[in-house]
Design a protein around this ligand. Structure first.
Ligand SMILES: Cc1cc2nc3c(=O)[nH]c(=O)nc-3n(C[C@H](O)[C@H](O)[C@H](O)COP(=O)(O)O)c2cc1C
Length: 186
């Protein structure tokens, strides 16, 4: 089983990470892949619930998904069960595939090994700047939540403008969620 079969590319792959603790924890994560022909990857983990759950369970579930609203919601809160099609394995509605990873913490990272995976749907789609901009806004927005640096909000606004201009309905909804969660003017 190779990562490339499930859409992973060399570089950083943005996915939704799901871990189990007292509740189902969902968070966007960047999976770092050096060799997509292998079953190995890693993820940098800050001090968050994902890290805590992995420390206890040594498991990371990954959903590959293209829905900006799911990325926006999972960045600031955990998705409740109504967002899931299935809990074992955990599959968020709209996911194109899932992976089960063995995850071992090593310093600021977790080493990942692909244990099981399934493609749910293969999707052809063009590149949309609006979707990409939502992801960028969220990266800076989640950093703002922990660091409270105003320069990060300037970047969030920059990317939200692009998301609004180039995105469709789901990107526009994601923009609303981001503004609401960060307390930005609508
Ligand atoms: C696109 C994107 C990628 C992210 N990648 C990571 C990552 O690789 N590692 C990490 O610790 N946080 C990452 N974050 C931030 C977490 O998703 C965010 O801090 C989240 O609230 C953590 O949730 P948790 O405490 O429930 O684990 C990323 C955020 C976004 C929007």
């Amino acid at each position: 089983m190779k990562l490339i079969e499930f859409g992973f590319q060399k570089g950083i792959n943005e996915v939704i990470g799901i871990t189990f603790g007292e509740w189902i924890n969902t968070a966007p994560l960047g999976i770092i892949v050096d060799n997509p022909e292998s079953d190995r990857a890693k993820v940098r983990l800050y001090s968050n619930h994902t890290r805590k759950n992995i420390e206890r369970t040594s498991r990371l579930w990954i959903n590959i998904i293209h829905d900006p609203v799911i990325f926006a919601k999972a960045s600031f809160e955990d998705l409740d069960e109504s967002y899931f099609l299935n809990l074992d394995p955990p599959i968020i509605k709209g996911s194109l595939g899932w992976c089960k990873m063995d995850a071992k913490l090593r310093g600021g990272f977790a080493d990942l090994r692909l244990l099981d995976a399934k493609i749910i749907e293969k999707e052809i789609r063009t590149v949309n700047r609006g979707f990409n901009a939502v992801i960028e806004a969220l990266v800076h927005g989640t950093r703002f939540v922990s660091l409270k640096r105003d320069d990060l909000l300037v970047k969030v606004e920059y990317y939200l403008d692009i998301a609004e201009k180039c995105g469709g309905d789901r990107e526009k909804r994601a923009v609303e969620i981001i503004r609401e969660k960060l307390g930005l003017d609508v």
